[in-house]
Ligand binder design. Structure first.
Ligand SMILES: Nc1nc2c(ncn2[C@@H]2O[C@H](COP(=O)(O)OP(=O)(O)OP(=O)(O)O)[C@@H](O)[C@H]2O)c(=O)[nH]1
Ligand SMILES: [Mg+2]
Length: 302
């Protein structure tokens, strides 16, 4: 049997739907999704099978003009994912079209994309009419030589089978990187931390989601088949801790419940989840926080 295998990096502006598409192609939730920008912070590998091809999807942080150290490290991780991939898929939001952000990405792709297969996926086609879509596809194809163009709705699944089939056929021959039934390559403690961060991001307003990080501190498999998971939420300010806890601890309780329920579903067993909020003014400047997130601290250097 001839097998195929390779890495496919999904890149695009924040919120383009990269994580949603990763999950759709894998057929399971391996990367967190929210309506807010900059949800994904590091490269998340999801594994999808297409016949005899193993497609390793590399979900990346959104590409934008970074300001903080964390932002710079995220953007570097995204471009690093593209550089290491066999195929790059650029996601563009159908209803937003060619934004300045998309233009900047195309420029950079023109620099590094030489000799690399780059495909275009126009996402969220459920939000626009077909004439808009065709005009956008033409505009983008005039600006860059894409190997192929797909029109998809990562959320609804439209067009995703075509994209997956093409990716599978396009990957080089080679042996699989992971067992056939593996769906992600991310330490389980990190998946658990991401799930809690998703629930926090969904509940917290404005800047707060960008000012916190979650780490799994301890994981204990108990005799009775349940798991005890201890996590720390680092925030930079006292005031943020108060907001996070909420009146009589109601906010953190709701977050904890939502996270625990998803963890239980994911792990298929009961979970005891303990969340602790710690104020750590300088966490955004600590190398250890970055390695816990799967980022390179040095990438954040100006
Ligand atoms: N209508 C519609 N919404 C979508 C589609 N795909 C994704 N979304 C929504 O777009 C938002 C962002 O999705 P994500 O998958 O988190 O986007 P992302 O590109 O991973 O974002 P970052 O991690 O922040 O870079 C979420 O609210 C998704 O539900 C789609 O095909 N149609
Ligand atoms: Mg994402």
């Amino acid at each position: 049997m001839t097998t195929r295998a390779g890495f496919v990096a999904l890149i695009g502006e924040p919120n383009a739907g990269k994580s949603t598409l990763t999950n759709q192609l894998v057929g399971a939730k391996v990367s967190i999704v929210t309506h807010k920008v900059q949800t994904t912070r590091a490269r998340i590998r999801g594994v999808a099978m297409e016949g005899d091809a193993q497609i390793v999807l590399v979900d990346t942080p959104g590409l934008f003009r970074p300001r903080r150290r964390l932002d710079r490290a995220m953007v570097a991780a995204a471009w690093g994912g593209a550089a290491d991939a066999d195929i790059v898929v650029l996601l563009v939001e159908a209803h937003r079209g060619v934004t300045p952000g998309v233009e900047a990405i195309l420029e950079r792709l023109a620099e590094i994309g030489q000799g690399r297969t780059v495909a275009l996926a126009i996402n969220k086609i459920d939000r626009v009419k077909s004439d808009v879509l065709l005009a956008l596809s033409k505009d983008l194809n005039d600006r860059f030589e894409f190997a192929n163009t797909f029109m998809v709705s990562a959320e609804k699944g439209y067009g995703c089978a075509d994209l997956k089939a093409w990716l599978g056929a396009e990957l080089p021959e080679g042996t699989w990187f992971y067992p056939e039934d593996q769906i992600a390559d991310l330490p389980i403690r990190m998946i658990a931390a991401e799930i809690t961060r998703e629930k926090l991001t969904l509940r917290m307003h404005q800047e707060l989601p960008y000012q916190l990080t979650v780490e799994t501190e301890n994981w204990e498999e108990r005799q009775d088949g349940t798991a005890r998971i201890d996590q720390i939420i680092y925030v930079a300010r006292d005031g943020h801790k108060g907001i996070l806890l909420g009146h009589k601890g109601e906010t953190i309780k709701a977050v904890s419940k939502a996270s625990r329920e998803e963890l239980e579903e994911f792990l298929g067993r009961r979970v005891h989840l303990f969340l602790q909020v710690k104020v750590r003014e300088k966490w955004l400047e600590e190398a250890e926080r970055y390695s816990e997130m799967g980022l390179d601290f040095k990438d954040g250097n100006v």
